[in-house]
Design a protein around this ligand. Structure first.
Ligand code: 2BA
Length: 146
């Protein structure tokens, strides 16, 4: 049976838990793959959001997407990096949360995604919700129950 506490948690809006946009490393869709590679390497994150000039969410970019874009038959073609644009290699079909979504929807989605991008009603990027934050909240509620 689900405890009252857990029900409360599941119904909570995610807005309380997000890492706000200014703290999230991102790239712009018009950036080159070379720039994106630098951002990913310097921040240490394996995947980051892609935004347009108006801060609207466009997709996700990972190290794997960059590597695959320069994989030749015999060797990795690093010299191509400056000519490849982020929007031609990013993942566009991504799971997205709205600021008004509940913790329950986020919990369902973080099973398959390490983090989720959050947008406002206009599609402007508001931040991310990470698996780490979700697990910390769950832990808090489970221990409270005991
Ligand atoms: P990953 O980069 O694969 O990181 C997996 C986990 O490793 C992170 O889990 C975090 O616990 C740790 N970690 C990795 N890089 C870190 C760093 N530079 N500083 C501190 N901890 C680091 P979560 O915190 O749950 O994050 C899940 C995913 O969300 C990350 O996967 C990354 O793709 C994205 N992410 C998290 N914070 C971000 C930020 N500030 N900017 C951009 N993307 C972020």
């Amino acid at each position: 049976m689900i405890s009252t506490n857990s029900k409360d948690l599941l119904a909570m809006p995610i807005s309380d838990f997000i890492i706000s946009s200014e703290k999230v490393a991102h790239v712009q869709s018009g950036n080159s793959a070379e720039h994106a590679l630098l951002v990913l390497t310097r921040t240490g994150y394996s995947s980051i959001p892609v935004l347009d000039l108006k801060y609207r969410l466009q997709g996700l970019l990972s190290m794997k997407m960059i590597t695959e874009s320069i994989l030749g038959l015999e060797h990795i073609e690093y010299e191509k990096l400056p000519d490849i644009k982020v929007d031609s290699i990013m993942e566009k079909e991504i799971a997205v949360l709205k600021l008004t979504d509940t913790f329950q929807r986020a919990l369902d989605l973080v099973i398959n995604h390490a983090f989720l991008c959050v947008v406002d009603e206009e599609g402007t990027f508001a931040g991310i919700l990470t698996r780490r934050v979700i697990l910390k909240q769950l832990k808090k509620y489970i221990y409270q129950k005991d």
